[in-house]
Design a protein. Structure first.
Length: 366
């Protein structure tokens, strides 16, 4: 992978850049068998994602907080000839896990196809340099390889994000790649065969609008791993705290204090609203239309920290997160506003120690 700018100046470094020290320490300590062209053994890849301490005392930070078996199955899948499909509702860290898996396995997470409604077959297979094509006709020099083709040729891990947003006919262009491990180039009468080490990670969800169902033929080519929402409040608070700390460092937010109690309240609000019941199980509440995912909680808290840093005293307070919470919950004013107001009046107002959050949220909605 070529670097065209100062990595330290990047707003969001790639995983292999941000965690280069951890990957290097793991590689040095890793004495287990590695599949061909893997930078680490499957054991070390799992340790990189789940976190732990190496014999020399190096601490590996957890990148994914969740069931260990999910990570082990995902890593093992990549060590076979089956592609990996990370499936889950929005905000379950599919992209995050995909990036870190590619970084740990291949040392490069940038061989990426971003799925959208406008993604063309050329983005998945190959395109052409039309100046070369018109001047000299079809040739290898005129061919522009896709990230998938480059991964096949180099024995690397390719990534396809939001696979179900890609049109169905473009999705199916992956079938030959995944089943035959070859990419035909009819214009040249040749093909690119995948070398050992090649595999593909795709992410998908079936909750958002604009989703294109995978054909049964394509789905069979994947081993599907479902990433669940965090099982407990403590796990979700831990995830939000870790990510907010990382983002805060990258943004150089001046003199802020995270405020774990405020993070816990945001997480509690999101969990109760998406579950339709309060944490104690006593009160049923209306569920808004949004997903209220962990990723959205991270965004709300990060925005609150920025407010506290630039327009407050650096301490995260209810007034800093209220607008973000309101924006995340009230996506459809005609229905979500009713659910939100009911939750404020029946739950937030009556909860001990939450009066500041109640007042701040009321002011935002006024």
């Amino acid at each position: 992978m070529s670097v065209t700018q100062n990595e330290s100046a990047a707003l969001r470094p790639h995983a292999e850049q941000a965690f280069a020290d951890e990957l290097a320490a793991l590689a040095a300590a890793d004495d287990r068998p590695r599949p061909e062209r893997w930078r680490l053994s499957p054991w070390a890849v799992a340790l990189y994602l789940l976190g732990g301490t190496l014999p020399d005392g190096t601490v590996i930070s957890p990148k994914y907080v969740g069931p260990r078996r999910i990570v082990e199955v995902a890593v093992t899948t990549l060590a076979t000839d089956r592609a990996l499909l990370l499936l889950g509702v929005p905000g379950t860290a599919k992209t995050w896990v995909s990036e870190h898996l590619a970084a740990a396995v291949s040392g490069d997470s940038t061989l990426l196809v971003q799925g959208t409604a406008g993604t063309s077959e050329e983005a998945v297979r190959y395109g052409w340099n039309y100046a070369q094509l018109l001047a000299h006709g079809p040739s290898r020099e005129a061919l522009v390889p896709s990230p998938v083709m480059r991964a096949m040729a180099d024995g690397m891990t390719a990534r396809v994000e939001e696979l179900t947003r890609i049109p169905a006919d473009v999705q199916d262009s992956l079938i030959t790649v995944l089943s035959e491990k070859t990419l035909p180039i009819p214009e040249l009468g040749s093909e690119v065969q995948a070398v050992r080490g090649f595999n593909l990670i795709a992410t998908a969800n079936d909750r958002d609008r604009g989703v294109n169902e995978l054909s049964s033929a394509l789905r069979r080519r994947f081993n599907t791993v479902v990433l669940p929402m965090p099982a407990t409040e403590e796990a979700e608070v831990d995830i939000v705290s870790r990510r907010v700390e990382q983002i805060g460092r990258s943004l150089d937010l001046p003199g802020t204090a995270q405020g774990i109690d405020e993070i816990r309240r945001v997480v509690t609000v999101f969990r109760e609203l998406r579950g339709g019941v309060t944490a104690d199980g006593r009160t049923r509440i209306k569920t808004p239309s949004g997903t209220l995912s962990t990723a959205e909680a991270i965004s709300v808290v990060t925005g609150g920290l920025a407010l506290a840093a630039h327009f407050g005293d650096g301490v995260l307070r209810a007034s800093d997160v209220a607008a973000g919470v309101h924006g995340a919950v009230v996506r459809d004013p005609s229905t979500d506003q009713v659910a939100w107001q009911e939750y404020l009046e029946t739950v937030v107002r009556e909860r001990e120690g939450w009066q500041d959050l109640y007042r701040a949220c009321r002011e935002v909605g006024a």
